[in-house]
Design a protein around this ligand. Sequence first.
Ligand code: AMP
Ligand code: MN
Ligand code: MN
Length: 345
Amino acid sequence: MISVPSPVGPPVADQTTGPTGDEWAAAVAAVRAVPPGGRVLLLCHVNPDGDALGSMLGFGLGLTRLGGCAVQATFPGNQELPPSLGGMPGSHLLVQPDEAWADPDLALCFDVASTSRLDTLADRMTARTAIVVDHHASNTRFGGIHLVDPTAAATSVMVDQLLGRLGVPLDREIAECLYIALITDTGSFRFDMTTPAVHQFAARLLATGISPAEVSRRVFDSRPFGAVQLFGAVLQRSVLEPAAAGGQGLVWTHATLADLERYEQPPYVLEALIDSVRCTVEADVSCVLKQVSETGWAVSMRSKGGVDVSAVAVALGGGGHRLAAGFTGVGSADEVIAAIRAQLG
Ligand code: AMP
Ligand code: MN
Ligand code: MN
């Protein structure tokens, strides 16, 4: 199903920590082995962020450029996407999880560190040909072929490399998906993994004609007035604990289902809240507890570098990166923060 390869762009993932030559070759061969009219199922993690969705849909568009196969893209759980991600190119590939092929010829998952993040769709990755495309150091290598590089700034970096090896040129639609993924995971090029090669990748994406201003406004800077007021109320109750984390400091707040109801906002508006809390200079570690049920909390954690929050998250049943991690907490907000405080030591 594959046409003649075109030159690959400059490397943006570390060749020493990334996939081996054999792993890249196996992934390319697996895509090429899809029979004419074969079914390729693309998956990403629950509550997808820009990197999960952008990497999945960007690769999906790449497959459609190659032609010769049928493509589905999906993710588990709540299917309501925030407006910031709703209109992404390639969205026409999305299907409901219960419509996803049970026995695809090839399955790929994007930005998924472990099967728990695939929830009800985890069984699709037991297919003989299953490729894991990811950049989490905590990746549990649950597929058949693994394209995992913990030094990659986003999963979309891995997607760019794979598309290059498959001979798919970047076009404006693919680039918009991969750019949204890149700016989401690098905090618009502010975070640690923003190397010169990341900017070179961004330059190749922008060269397709996408508008960084328009994309950034849509992804980061669009919020209903009710959400602005909700943020004010939730930030007002932030707690600073200078002695926590061995004296490096903890700042945290919590948002309840009642808060969402009062300001008539859907849960996803709270995803950006951590960015306002983590500004606090007096604390290395920041947390936001977002209530998801009577005793369930989606917890977001960030560190400025003094603490490995992924270790805290893993100890509490979650995962993530050294400076950005999360888990699902159970109990009251005070009980969940007490468990975090204890892990921070
Ligand atoms: P978030 O705070 O939701 O933006 O998540 C930050 C990072 O933590 C993500 O990149 C995920 O890798 C990870 N993460 C968040 N929630 C979970 C969870 N429940 N289980 C495992 N990893 C998580
Ligand atoms: Mn993600
Ligand atoms: Mn990611």
